[in-house]
Design a protein around this ligand. Structure first.
Ligand code: FE2
Length: 323
């Protein structure tokens, strides 16, 4: 296995996944009422909703597709150019960093190496640097700036995001992520997820992405199995935060959410409507429910099992689902 030195960022974990959706209200209802993610705050002018478990300010963000029309944040910042977000799918993966000093140091190193970043913004509870991976997947590297984020972001918000100059002030060095998050569940929903743990993406050039996600994104390769690569951040309670699956072309796979135990998963399967259930798989290393959302995007709701993962023993389960 090639070794790659993290040279730019050093994330703790996957903070959230953000999707482009065709009908914001429809997708919000699905992820709230079926999947059990709490609506933490919305941004009507951006046509965006942010849902979660409480682990971070949101586990899952969603923004309605742009249809080619620019959307602006605070102070006139062009936040969502109409040239992006024309189709449903992944908007970005967001990586939580330890503190602002790490974020700014990574940003400066990118500048020193003439590696292009897309934008740097202030989200009121986070500062963020955005850049694309070699397959065109968009990545956000951020640090929390406010520990008690629910005091700042709740309900319907006016525009949240403005420009941020990473070099404008001395960056803070303390971790401002919430150490004792207040988790919320949606009682009436079939599913009660505990947290988003990882995202799965497909690539025709896995080695090129491994270089990006180790050297630039600063994740660690924790396993390779059947040419599938598993990465983690520094947060010890996650087995992995990103999975790259070889495929004929680049594509978003799914986001994966952890469920407390198998009985909770079984009861959710009983309650869910058949038309949203894409698949239920049972393997020695996990039991997973795959759902199809109103846009046809897949998500995974799973329980880990004790047996070691051996993808060769996945039987007729597709590699993308078995990973
Ligand atoms: Fe984000």
């Amino acid at each position: 296995m090639a070794t790659h030195q993290a040279e730019f960022f050093h994330p703790r974990r996957l903070g959230h996944v953000n999707l482009w959706v065709e009908d914001l209200a429809r997708s919000e209802r699905f992820y709230n009422e079926q999947c059990g993610l709490t609506v933490e705050f919305t941004e009507p002018d951006l046509i965006a909703t942010f849902l979660g478990t409480g682990q971070t300010p949101h586990d899952l963000g969603m923004i309605q597709t742009t249809n080619g029309i620019d959307r602006f944040g605070r102070d006139g910042i062009l936040q969502l150019p109409g040239s992006i977000g024309q189709q449903v799918g992944l908007n970005h993966l967001a990586w939580e960093l330890e503190n602002e000093a790490d974020l700014v140091a990574g940003f400066k190193r990118l500048q020193d190496h003439a590696i292009e970043t897309d934008m740097t913004v202030d989200h009121q509870v986070a500062h963020s640097v955005y850049l694309f991976d070699p397959d065109g997947n968009y990545n956000e590297f951020y640090c929390d700036t406010v520990q008690n984020w629910r005091e700042v972001l709740h309900g319907e918000m006016d525009l949240i995001t403005s420009h941020w100059d990473p070099l404008s002030a001395e960056p803070f060095v303390e971790g401002r992520y919430e150490r004792h998050p207040q988790l919320r569940i949606v009682d009436a929903a079939p599913l009660h997820p505990q947290r988003v743990t990882h995202a799965v993406i497909q690539s025709a050039n896995v080695d090129r992405l491994v270089d990006f996600y180790t050297r630039i994104a600063g994740l660690t390769v924790v396993a390779r199995d059947c040419e599938v690569v598993y990465f983690s951040g520094s947060h010890a309670s996650y087995n992995y935060n990103l999975v790259i699956v070889p495929a004929p072309s680049a594509a978003y796979g799914h986001a994966a959410f952890q469920i407390a135990d198998e009985s909770a998963l079984d009861s959710a399967i009983e309650k869910l409507s058949d038309n949203s259930v894409f698949d239920v798989i049972e393997l020695p290393w996990k039991r997973s429910l795959f759902l199809t959302d109103p846009d046809g995007l897949t998500s995974e709701w799973y329980v880990s099992r004790a047996a070691p993962r051996e993808l060769r023993k996945r039987g007729d389960v597709a590699l993308l689902l078995a990973s």
